[in-house]
Design a protein around this ligand. Structure first.
Ligand code: THU
Length: 140
């Protein structure tokens, strides 16, 4: 098996795990369920789901849930994030991209996975491509 095939296989495995976590998405208003799987550089895995609120505005996306879980446990260095939804193509919103930019270096792998005609598809990109020109508090 080539290195590329092995990588593809790992992504498919991660999507299967994300699919199992779908049941935890609290999406009673939009019915759009999203799961994120965040992997820290030491290999720890954090899961997040979207958690909606009757006020709508207080809804939090799956990506931020995973990031905040990780940071609250002392992890701030990440290698990969997978975002999966069977209900839409879950490109991260602007708020999540800004939060990611606090912790993600440009090489963090970003995988956006979705379902089309009942088949799993995914797009692989990097944080640099997703969010170029990030705002910094000070020029280093
Ligand atoms: N949502 C996420 O959790 N992540 C994304 O990448 C896009 C949007 C959620 C927020 C809300 O609960 C639902 O999807 C519909 O916007």
């Amino acid at each position: 098996m080539s290195v590329d095939e092995e990588r593809e296989e790992k992504i498919v495995d991660l999507i299967k795990i994300a699919d199992e976590k779908l049941k935890y998405a609290y999406a009673r208003y939009s019915n759009i369920r999203v799961v994120s799987i965040l992997i820290s550089r030491d290999g720890t895995i954090y899961y997040g789901v979207n958690i909606e609120n009757a006020s709508y505005g207080l809804t939090i996306c799956a990506e931020r849930v995973a990031i905040f879980k990780a940071v609250s446990e002392g992890k701030t260095n990440f290698s990969k994030i997978l975002i999966y939804s069977p209900d839409t193509i879950p490109w991260p919103c602007g708020a999540c991209r800004q939060v990611m930019s606090e912790f993600f270096s440009s090489d963090v792998e970003v995988i956006i996975a979705y379902k089309e005609e009942n088949k799993i598809k995914y797009v692989k990109t990097t944080f640099e491509e997703l969010f170029p020109g990030k705002y910094r508090f000070k020029i280093a």
